[in-house]
Design a protein around this ligand. Structure first.
Ligand SMILES: [Zn+2]
Ligand SMILES: [Zn+2]
Length: 212
């Protein structure tokens, strides 16, 4: 069974999730935006073996510490979709713009596409391409655990910003209604910021996508 532990990192309190297979204790880390010493302490405390980095998108609060972590721990970088190449290239400037520590570009070991899967230990998650907040944004869904890691696509009571370069409001609405809702009302999602919620709850009450 898939388990996870979420750690808010960076001044933006981005929800970095350490996910692992309970059988094997093999782990992946989703969106290591920063605060690496804290994240590595959590990995050690959990007693899991970190093997992969998975990225939802390449904004600095999500991807800022990726290059350093990959280099220091010898980890592959999985994702996001190649639509975010320009955000990866801009990581050094994103750092300067938002007052983050210097951040490095990287080359993903594997780009992700809609319909792909990623596997850690005995756990396989589905990948859906959900553009709109960024062009290359992906989400990770565990049908068994009924959990989705959705980055900045959807929040409890809100949706991702679409006023950045490459953002597209209609794409975001389409991604939420056509790619997230079909996962099921019971699915709990871990957003990039703020508390967890379920797709059913957002379908009923979210003012941006409610009633869709
Ligand atoms: Zn973002
Ligand atoms: Zn974010």
């Amino acid at each position: 069974m898939l388990r996870y532990h979420t750690v808010p990192v960076t001044p933006f309190q981005q929800n970095c999730s350490i996910v692992w297979c309970d059988d094997t204790k093999r782990a992946a880390i989703i969106d290591p935006g920063g605060d690496l010493p804290q994240l590595l302490d959590e990995v050690e405390r959990l007693g899991v073996t970190l093997e992969q980095i998975w990225l939802t998108h390449a904004h600095i609060d999500h991807a800022g510490a990726t290059a350093q972590l990959a280099r220091e721990q010898g980890l592959p970088i999985i994702g996001p979709h190649e639509g975010d190449q320009f955000w990866i290239d801009a990581l050094p400037q994103q750092g300067a713009m938002f007052g983050f520590p210097p951040s490095e570009r990287f080359t993903p070991t594997r780009w992700l596409h809609d319909g792909d899967t990623v596997t850690v230990g005995h756990c396989t998650l589905q990948v859906r391409h959900c553009p709109g907040h960024t062009p290359g944004h992906v989400v990770f869904f565990s049908p068994e655990a009924r959990r989705a890691f959705v980055g900045d696509v959807l929040f409890a009571g809100s949706i991702g910003r679409t006023d950045f370069p490459g953002g597209n409001h209609q794409d975001l609405i389409d991604a939420i209604t056509q790619r997230l809702w079909p996962m099921g009302d019971d699915v709990v999602f871990i957003p990039g910021h703020g508390p967890e919620s379920s797709f059913g709850q957002e379908r009923r009450t979210n003012p941006f996508v409610g009633g869709t």
